[in-house]
Write a new protein. Structure first.
Length: 236
């Protein structure tokens, strides 16, 4: 076996080539890295851009759907408001009470005091409570309830004066539309201040109105018919 020794200076020696068994794996590794880099760049920039475009489209569609949702909700609110108006109109249509006339009749009784000799009435509160539909019988419209609060003044015997007012109220046209009136009750009070007389009887009357027959609605003509069949136009 022969051994070769190169005695030439190192700068004049011919560069030795890289063996193929070393070069080929290095080249293959570089190619793999380049392919993986191109694949990652394609996925990163190509697919991501597509995903961003799809996201913007979805956001735009969501905005349009949200606008439609708000519009539907506004329509529901309007529908609820119209139903409330319809209920109010039906309540007005089913009521035969003219409260302005009732107030006039009550005023007539309150002021028919014989110049203050029979009673001196001070009405502080008039409250009309809506009817209770749950207590209504079939075919009968539940009626309102009127509550009256105040004082009946007198120098000596305020209860006697209140009894006089109570009797006149029951005998007046005002009471014709009411079903019942409680018996005289309350208590005497001494009021402070410059009021004369200072003694007064407390007035607290709850008057339920008479129930009325139910009116039927004619859906073809938009009219409300009484129990006798005569149509009447809806109130506007």
């Amino acid at each position: 076996m022969m051994t070769r020794i190169n005695l030439m200076p190192s700068d004049l020696r011919r560069a030795e080539s890289t063996p193929l068994r070393v070069l080929l794996p290095v080249v293959a590794a570089v190619v793999v890295v380049v392919v993986v880099g191109f694949g990652w760049a394609f996925l990163r920039f190509g697919k991501l851009e597509t995903a961003r475009s799809e996201l913007e489209t979805a956001k735009s569609e969501l905005g349009a759907l949200d606008a439609r949702r708000k519009y539907v909700e506004s329509l529901r609110d309007e529908l609820a408001e119209f139903k409330t108006r319809e209920q109010t109109i039906r309540s007005i249509a089913s009521s035969r009470v003219l409260w302005t006339r009732k107030l006039d009749q009550l005023f007539d009784v309150a002021t028919a005091d014989n110049g203050g000799q029979d009673y001196l009435l001070w009405i502080d509160t008039l409250e009309v409570k809506p009817p209770q539909a749950s207590n209504a019988k079939k075919g009968v419209v539940p009626a309102e309830t009127l509550r009256m609060k105040g004082w009946c003044f007198a120098e000596k015997n305020p209860l006697e004066n209140f009894n006089t007012f109570h009797r006149k109220l029951r005998e007046s046209p005002f009471y014709a539309d009411f079903a019942d009136m409680p018996n005289p009750a309350g208590k005497a009070e001494e009021l402070d201040g410059a009021l004369r007389p200072k003694t007064a009887w407390t007035v607290d009357l709850t008057l339920p109105m008479k129930a009325r027959e139910e009116k039927k609605s004619n859906t073809k003509t938009g009219a409300i018919a009484e129990s006798d069949g005569r149509p009447k136009p809806n109130p506007r």
